[in-house]
Design a protein around this ligand. Structure first.
Ligand SMILES: [Zn+2]
Length: 548
């Protein structure tokens, strides 16, 4: 009897211990601990541990608080490493970048000859119907003159060749491509130019003229496209991006992305801006914004003007280095107004590409007529590169978001002054723009710039080229501070994408999208930041890139 009592008593104690354990310790899918976690919440608080379940953050705090409340079969000991919310690129071209991977990379080519030899090398590796290249910039060549297509014709006499300039607002094509598109010395198009010399087109196409040829390029087959977006996604994860933007896609691309997500072929999050085509308007925009956990659709993308490098940006006064032009309008005022009206009614954002001060002025004042005063519609000016001094305050007055790319400043700093003269003082003025609303998003516009968000972080703070950090800073008075630069690629980027309820900071209830870095971006800022390698990237609690 005595023995039975002991057994019974022990059983009761054991049972109650297990019961107590179960009520206080909760199961999590993943616990990370022993690190410095920048939560980027509203008080910019620091934590050391985090518990994740069902893809979302369920608790965040000190090691003691988390490890005494949660248990998990999957734990990551951070060993003092640094955690940030997953990086967000609020202005990039994700599917464009994927296809870009299949085109010859002409970025940084120091001469026409180098460009042609890179094309030949690429053409040997990748069989294709067309020679496609991207990224040339005549500003890097000796004479800095816009090229003509003679050398290109010699290299590729029969195969059409189409070469995008670095800014995407000009293209160089060979005669075979011109013939395919039926372009002659008398061809014209609204919102674009087809320069002619010696009685024939030079092969250069500006802005809307580009489409006359690009529409003849055969579409990439679906299986190839799927492979390319997978590679693009993995490249993004490797630099810590967990959300990217597709700034201006057509209906077919939207459908492609929807099918990739529904078949679980992609796990990155995408904020897609739609072009204002009839198909997008009738099939999507008129029904209002929507989102899934991965795909967020709430914006219409417009282009007011071209780019500064190719002198397509619309300026109020002529270009300082070409006094007979002020640039090119690429969307009519009528279309701009109709789109604003539609967006206002359907609850969509309007995100308009504006580089020149005339473009910024027109779009800011047009937005203002609909928005009237302070609001939370988050309509955006993409780039906001050259802003007239009196127009800065319009951003604050109408709560219009300047969507900036700090690497554009450091990429353009060598020649932008020639285009703008004294106006350069009001160009790439990111600190002045930040002051208008107290927040702004910073993206890369990849593939125009490198996909690495740390390049943008560094360029915003140091105002120096991420690839040549030993250079002189460009207008350092317009640098943004480290905290602002980190927010601009996390919580403010999420806000600009209407995704801040779900991502952008590490808080309970949000998706567990985070990155692990070996470096304290805030406390140890130096010229080595652009070289920092990501240790791990996690999307929805799942490790998608692992170099830990
Ligand atoms: Zn863009």
């Amino acid at each position: 009897m005595h023995f039975d009592k002991i057994v019974k008593y022990t059983a009761i104690i054991l049972f109650s211990t297990i019961a107590t354990h179960c009520t206080t310790m909760k199961k999590a899918d993943l616990i990370v601990f022993n690190g410095k976690i920048y939560t980027v919440d509203s008080s910019f608080s620091i934590a050391s541990a985090m518990a994740v379940s069902d893809g979302k953050i369920v608790a965040i705090g000190s090691d003691n608080a988390i490890l005494n409340s949660y248990f998990s079969s999957k734990k990551i000991d951070l060993k003092g490493k640094f955690v940030y919310p997953g990086f967000i690129d609020p202005h990039s071209h994700f599917t464009g970048y994927a296809e870009y991977l299949a085109t010859a990379d002409l970025t940084g080519a120091k001469s026409y000859t180098e460009m042609v030899s890179r094309l030949k090398e690429h053409a040997e590796k990748y069989p294709s119907e067309w020679i496609i290249g991207r990224g040339w910039d005549q500003n890097l060549w000796k004479d800095k003159k816009m090229p003509t297509n003679e050398e290109l014709n010699k290299a590729f006499p029969n195969k059409p060749a189409f070469l995008f300039r670095v800014d995407g607002h000009a293209a160089l094509v060979n005669d075979a491509a011109l013939q395919t598109a039926g372009i002659t010395n008398t061809s014209h198009i609204e919102g674009g130019e087809i320069p002619v010399a010696n009685g024939k087109p030079t092969g250069i196409l500006l802005d809307n003229a580009i489409e006359l040829v690009s529409e003849h390029i055969p579409p990439v087959a679906k299986e190839i496209r799927e492979k390319l977006v997978k590679i693009a996604e993995q490249n993004c994860f490797s630099v810590g991006l967990t959300t990217v933007t597709d700034a201006g896609i057509d209906y077919q691309t939207l459908k492609f992305l929807e099918s990739e997500f529904s078949e679980n072929k992609l796990s990155i999050r995408i904020y897609a801006m739609l072009t204002h085509t009839k198909e997008n308007i009738d099939s999507v925009i008129k029904k209002g914004p929507f989102h899934t956990s991965n795909l967020y659709v709430s914006a219409i993308k417009l282009f007011a003007d071209g780019a500064l490098g190719s002198r397509g940006a619309k300026l109020q006064e002529p270009y300082s280095d070409m006094p007979n032009t002020t640039g090119i309008w690429t969307t009519s005022e009528k279309e701009l107004n109709e789109t604003c009206q539609l967006a206002y009614q359907t609850g969509f954002q309007v995100n308009t590409h504006c580089i020149g001060d005339a473009a910024c002025h027109l779009v800011l004042t047009t937005y203002g007529r609909y928005l009237k005063g302070k609001n939370d519609r988050r309509w955006r000016i993409e780039h906001a590169q050259v802003v007239a001094p009196d127009d800065f305050s319009l951003f604050g007055k109408y709560s219009i978001i300047p969507s900036i790319q700090t690497t554009h400043a450091t990429s353009d700093m060598g020649w932008a002054g020639e285009r703008l003269g004294s106006r350069i003082k009001y160009a790439y003025a990111y600190k002045d723009l930040l002051e208008q609303n107290g927040w702004l998003p910073n993206g890369s516009d990849f593939p125009v710039e490198d996909i690495n968000p740390l390049y943008g972080y560094y360029a915003g703070v140091a105002r120096k080229s991420p690839t040549h950090p030993s250079g002189t800073p460009f207008q350092p008075e317009n640098a943004i501070d480290k905290t602002a630069a980190l927010k601009a690629m996390t919580i403010w980027a999420a806000k600009a994408n209407f995704m801040d309820k779900y991502v952008g900071s590490l808080e309970v209830g949000k998706f567990a999208d985070f990155v692990i870095l070996p470096t304290d971006l805030i406390e140890s800022f130096s010229d080595t930041i652009p070289k920092v390698k990501i240790l791990a990237t996690v999307v929805g609690g799942k490790v998608v890139f692992d170099k830990l």
